[in-house]
Each structure stands twice: as C-alpha cells, then as structure tokens.
Design a protein around this ligand. Structure first.
Ligand code: BYC
Length: 327
C-alpha cells in the first residue's frame, strides 16, 4: 500500500544540520495545509517524531488484539463470536497499515518489531489491563475504541500524507467497533440485574484507564507543542480527553450506568463536564512496564513472534527462489 517510499525514503539532513531556510520552507508547507509525502524533504526531528508515534500506534493495535482475543472462545453466542473475530482481525489490519506507513519514513518493520520486543518502544497503556468478564468486551468497544476514534479522527488531517490516509480507513472501522461495544453494553443493561452489575463493574474498571489513553496532561506532555506546530496533532491531549468525557457521559446515562467519578458535574457555563483528577502515578507506572498485565502481554507477543519464525523463513526462501528464477 505504501511501498512508494521503500525504494527511497524521504530526504532529510542530520538533526541540527538543517538550514533555517529549509526549516522555514517546510513549516510554510505545513502551515499551508500541504501534505508532506514520503519522498519530500523533512526535518529529521519530524521524521523521528512520526516514526515514534506511528510505530507506537501500530504496536498498540497488535498488542490490543490480546485482551479481546482472550474472549474469542468464550463469546456468549456464535454471532457475538463472529463479530468479535472480525474486530480482532481489523486490529491486525490496522497494525499492518500503520507499520506500512512508518516504513515510508525509512525504518524497517524488523527494526520496529525489535524495538517493541526489547521494551524500547511503547504501546498504549490501556492494553495492560485484564478483561475479566464478557462485559469488558463491551466496555472496550464502547470506551477504548470510542477514545481511539476521538484521538484518531484528527489524525486523518495529519500533515504526513501516508499516516493521514491510513487513518481514514482505520477510523471507519473503529466506528463500527465502538458501536458493537455499545450494543453489548446496551444488551447487558437491558438484561438481568446480574448482567447490569457486570456492565457497571466493567465501566468502573475501564473508565479511568480510558481517560489515560489520551496521554499525560498538557502540562506534562513533552511532545505536544512541537507535534501541534507540525500539524501531526491537531488537538492537545487534554482537549481530546475533555471531548471524550463530554460525549461519553450522556451515553453512560442512557445505559443507566454511573460513571465512577463522584466529582463529575456538568458546568452549564462552559458546556463541559468537570471531573476529578486523574491518578497520574498509575499512568506512569503502567507505561513504565508495571501495569497489571504488561509482563503477560509482552511474553505472549514474544512467543507469537518466535512461533512465527518459520513463516518468515519460508517467505524469505520463497522470495529468494522467485528472484533467482526471474534473474
Ligand atoms: N500509553 O508527550 P506525549 C486502538 C507516552 S490503539 C502509552 O503526550 P505524544 C485499539 C508517549 O509516547 C490506540 N504511552 O506524547 C487497538 C511519550 O513517550 P515517548 C493507540 C503513552 O506522542 C486495539 C510520553 O508518554 N493510539 O485504538 O505527543 C483494540 C509523553 O506523552 C500514552 C495511538 O497510538 C499512552 N496512553 O502524545 C482497540 C494514537 N500516552 O514516546 C483499540 C496515536 C502518552 O517520548 N498517538 N504516552 O517515550 C497519539 O495520538 C499520541 O502519540 C498520544 C501521545 C496522544 C498517545
């Protein structure tokens, strides 16, 4: 899909070696809303920022298959199982488009995967929480995919062309994911008292981690200012978090569920919900590798990678055979 960038990655000079004229011309293109394409000149820091963000995004999609994948064999009906299977496969597809988009910046997929497996590259904090009941599958679709859409719709207008185009399809699929999650929650909330309690428990456990998906507060976000100037990000972490709260609280009310925040209050003047402070210590612990499931997620990913070694080997042998025949 993005192989146009693979024969020759975009031009850039080592960070710091760029001239002011080059940087100004680049910023003028960004300010004029021109898309930056794979072979265009770009500042080295812009390239690195994109590689960091896009590869982290791709890793999140791949690791994100695990918490939901755990429920494939336990989905309550055949229909639910087929839907969940399709959703988990979509996440794999998102990972692949995103690795493809990152490759156009001159990094190999092997390198990105190695960085994930060594723990050097991050993936979203949310996937380090366990899925304890079927209601968690509803909560993930509703809240996690809901938060993902809020964060990713603006990325469809990201200044880097290959990333922005990949996001268009991803957002369409995420929108289906969000609805299937909400529909699971609705079914549970219209069911028995026990089912409704299960839905409430899932909301209680996934609410705060979903808010943390948007990243640290603006005051603590080290990359936001530059990423917004480059129009990689269009809104700050706190702005997107607030938008998510504002649309999601009424959805919880419609379900008849209570958002687990005693300070939650709609402010008529600002038109926004006020909420309690986020436990940032928990967020930083999770991204440092100390969340409830970090070890489990990485162990499973490493095993899957090792188990797939024969496939990579066979693909390489096949490619070599074809190249030899063609020569
Ligand atoms: N988790 O300066 P900041 C999905 C890191 S997958 C872990 O604000 P930035 C789905 C951040 O990387 C959804 N780390 O950074 C899949 C940075 O560390 P480094 C994934 C986080 O980049 C399957 C440091 O904290 N979505 O939807 O300006 C099933 C400082 O942060 C997190 C994306 O990846 C976090 N939550 O803003 C269902 C979207 N937050 O790199 C659903 C694309 C921050 O300096 N990414 N960090 O070591 C983004 O939009 C931005 O990268 C972020 C962070 C808003 C996440």
């Amino acid at each position: 899909m993005y192989t146009q960038g693979l024969d020759q990655a975009g031009k850039s000079d080592p960070a710091g070696a760029e001239t002011k004229a080059q940087l100004d011309a680049f910023q003028a293109r960004v300010d004029a809303e021109e898309k930056i394409e794979a072979k265009d000149w770009m500042p080295e820091a812009y390239r690195r920022t994109l590689i960091r963000q896009i590869s982290q995004h791709a890793h999140s999609e791949i690791i994100g298959m695990q918490p939901e994948g755990n429920w494939l064999t336990r989905a309550p009906t055949l229909k639910r199982k087929a839907i969940l299977l399709a959703k988990v496969q979509d996440e794999a597809g998102h990972g692949l488009y995103l690795y493809g988009a990152a490759e156009t910046l001159g990094i190999s997929r092997d390198r990105m995967v190695a960085d994930l497996l060594s723990g050097k590259a991050k993936y979203s904090s949310i996937f380090n929480y366990p899925t304890l009941t079927w209601a968690d599958i509803g909560a993930i679709g509703w809240l996690v995919d809901g938060a993902a859409i809020m964060n990713q719709i603006p990325l469809c207008r990201c200044s880097y062309g290959p990333y922005s185009r990949a996001m268009v399809r991803i957002c369409k699929e995420e929108s289906f994911h969000q609805r299937q999650g909400y529909e699971i929650m609705l079914t549970l909330c219209r069911g028995t008292d026990e089912q409704k309690a299960m839905a409430q428990d899932a909301l209680n456990r996934f609410w705060w981690p979903s808010l943390m998906m948007f990243g640290p507060s603006d005051a603590a976000s080290k990359h936001s200012a530059q990423s917004m100037a480059w129009k990689i990000k269009r809104f700050s972490n706190d702005e997107l978090r607030q938008k998510f709260i504002d649309v999601t609280v009424p959805q919880a009310e419609y379900l008849g569920l209570k958002v687990p925040d005693d300070k939650l209050r709609f402010d008529e003047e600002t038109g926004h919900y006020e909420h309690s402070d986020i436990d940032w210590q928990e967020f930083f612990d999770v991204i440092a590798g100390n969340g409830p499931c970090n070890e489990q997620r990485m162990a499973k990913r490493r095993k899957a990678h090792d188990d797939g070694a024969w496939v990579r080997e066979a693909a390489r042998a096949h490619a070599a055979k074809r190249a030899k025949a063609a020569a």
